[in-house]
Ligand binder design. Sequence first.
Ligand code: 3AM
Length: 177
Amino acid sequence: MRLFVALDLPWPLRDRLAGLATGIMGARWMPRENLHLTLRFIGEVPNWRAEEIDLALHAIRGRGFPLTLAGVGLFEKGGRVTALWAGVERSPPLDHLQAKIENALQRAGLEPERRRFTPHVTLARLDQPANEKITGFVQRNNLFRAEPFAVERFTLFSSQLGKEGSVYTAETEYSLT
Ligand code: 3AM
């Protein structure tokens, strides 16, 4: 199974994000059902390991908190824009939750994640260069700010890579109180 831990987003928020998805030819905009905020990418694991991961995530205790998506940004690789995303307002509770998940997964035997946590919601992936249009996209949406939403759980997703893009399935939800 190919797994990752993420926040599922409320549908009104997804609708709001889908409203940003215009104006860049060749961008592969994420369908609403795929919009999420990744807390930890896990990757391919055997079933027995997935069970240990599930146990470790179940043991996490934490309180819910409000979170606000704001601003947009991009990821680049080799000078080329590869993804557009919506950003997240600074949130110590989110960082804390992410750290707890990282600890739990390391205790379950996973290698530490070396990359810094950059909370974001991927809106589009880009296979081809489209740099001029992207400047406009960033300028247009710089002031984007969504209504805060309540984070009340986090979710273990499986991901199946397909021709038409990935299909994400919520495997288990873990409640925050
Ligand atoms: O939350 P986003 O959409 O940015 O890019 C993948 C997606 O991130 C990322 O995990 C999320 C759910 O699929 N991902 C895929 N392969 C990855 C890898 N090898 C990866 N993240 C880190 N390392």
